[in-house]
Design a protein around this ligand. Structure first.
Ligand SMILES: *[C@@H]1O[C@H](CO)[C@@H](O)[C@H](O)[C@H]1NC(C)=O
Ligand SMILES: *[C@@H]1O[C@H](CO)[C@@H](O)[C@H](O)[C@H]1NC(C)=O
Ligand SMILES: *[C@@H]1O[C@H](CO)[C@@H](O)[C@H](O)[C@H]1NC(C)=O
Ligand SMILES: *[C@@H]1O[C@H](CO)[C@@H](O)[C@H](O)[C@H]1NC(C)=O
Ligand SMILES: *[C@@H]1O[C@H](CO)[C@@H](O)[C@H](O)[C@H]1NC(C)=O
Length: 227
């Protein structure tokens, strides 16, 4: 499908020799804009500059992670990342550059990207309809206003500086339970949960269907009946 969607891919092309680059300060990125690993000046900031989207250099290595982080605190804590297990090398073997990650198939042509002050980076079409959003691709952090749907997995990273999959998961499983479990590495096989929310119900409208982290900081399982 990728060949049908040239526009959306531009957002995440990794270019060695950019022809143009623009530091975005209103949250908006237009089709054709690029982010350059190793160039701290190319960031896409949310309107209030609370969050930034760009490449982060990994600890003392020439490796870069496409990420979203808190921009206004000294730690610049990363809250989302792509390709945790395959960070981008600064130099690509192919002199033309290459695609290392894309946001995945979408239905429609991208018109712009937007780094929201909630920490959600989204790609929208010309009508403002969301084609893709980082909030739907869970990594290791839920932010206020973010929702985990059934089947969603929040996964720890291996260590503070290694973003490969770690041993701990928080999942909303099909029966409606939100569970904590460990996994086997490297197979990824999930072991039996050591915590569950007890939100299973034979009547599916009373079973959990979303984990919500709301704006006030409450984390809860919402039942299909909206309770
Ligand atoms: C971002 O771009 C879209 C489409 O051009 C526009 O509708 C929107 O108002 C822009 N947002 C900001 C914050 O500039
Ligand atoms: C950004 O987040 C706010 C608060 O959740 C929301 O009202 C707004 O629609 C979002 N902007 C876009 C472009 O999605
Ligand atoms: C992260 O840890 C994994 C497993 O030990 C290792 O294969 C990988 O190379 C590490 N990644 C980085 C960027 O150090
Ligand atoms: C399932 O629960 C909903 C909401 O509590 C209730 O209205 C409905 O009657 C229940 N259905 C059955 C078959 O018990
Ligand atoms: C968040 O959830 C709590 C508990 O249900 C509720 O009291 C609060 O009003 C909610 N906050 C928002 C902003 O919806």
């Amino acid at each position: 499908m990728a060949s049908d969607l040239p526009c959306i891919l531009y957002f995440f092309f990794f270019l060695l020799f950019p022809s143009s680059l623009v530091a975005q300060r209103n949250g908006n990125a237009t089709v054709g804009d690029s982010l350059i690993a190793g160039d701290e000046a190319t960031l896409w900031l949310s309107p209030a500059e609370d969050f930034a989207f760009g490449f982060r250099q990994l600890d003392k290595k020439d490796l870069y992670l496409l990420a979203i982080w808190y921009n206004k605190i000294p730690d610049k804590t990363i809250v989302w990342y792509a390709n945790g297990d395959r960070p981008a090398p600064k130099m690509l073997n192919n002199p033309q550059g290459g695609e290392i990650w894309k946001s995945g198939p979408s239905n429609g042509e991208a018109a712009y990207g937007f780094m929201n002050d909630t920490g959600n980076f989204l790609v929208a079409n010309a009508n403002g309809e969301k084609l893709w959003q980082s909030f739907e691709l869970l990594t290791d952090t839920l932010l206020p206003t973010q929702i985990m749907e059934k089947g969603g997995i929040l996964s720890s990273r291996l260590s503070e500086t290694n973003f490969s999959q770690g041993r701990f998961q928080f999942r909303l499983i099909q029966d409606g339970n939100a569970v904590l479990n460990t996994i086997n590495l490297p197979t990824g096989f999930p072991y039996e949960a050591y915590f569950w929310s007890n939100t299973v119900d034979s009547n599916s409208s009373n079973a959990g269907y979303q984990v919500v982290f709301n704006e006030s900081g409450y984390l809860y399982v919402l039942r299909a009946s909206n309770k």
